[in-house]
Write a protein of this length. Sequence first.
Length: 228
Amino acid sequence: MNICFSGLQLPIPVDDAAVTVLEVHNKAFFARICQSLASQRGSDAIEPHTFWDEAGKEWKASNCLLVVDTPLDLPWDDRALAGGLANRMAELTHEDADVRQGVEDAFALLQSRLRQVAIMLDSEYAFEVDWELKKYLRTYGFGVELDEDEPLIDKLIKFLMLAKDASLDKAIAFVNLKLFLTKNELEQFYEQAFFAELRLLLVENVEDAIAYKRERKLVIDQDFIESW
């Protein structure tokens, strides 16, 4: 996928071959780019931009990018992630006949117990909606097990693995992620992203002279000169 900003000459490739870094030194322009990506308005944003796949087809902005504006508040409950995870769990359950039957039997028992309780009420009650694993997982908040005291890098890796498990078809954009990670942690983060075959974009405002193995970087300096 390529992101093309009307104010930039070079397209920004975002694929699973490497993590793409957009390093913008001008703070005002940096803010406008972040605001535009987060708005999901594409060509109607304050910094108009479009998304194109490898076949040259333009895609709607809201279908292309999940923006993480701070790693301190990761979007664990994002709709695309939650839906993808529920679908994957349903697929795995369906593939194993024993597991599927066990789950169905357990829910049938739950319904039976609740019907017994409902008999004590004055009116007549029944379940109108058929049981479905995906609905159950969403209703009861099935998701990543988190420890508030664990290191940020561990949470970030869990987030990447969630995106992998959910088969997320969007790219993920992080804003100023490098401010929160050491060099070794960032390298670890890159390796996990490469392993998970995720498409990542880091939008950064601080200059970083280090060349990382799994990184490609487009620098836009104070004079708006672009260079890879």
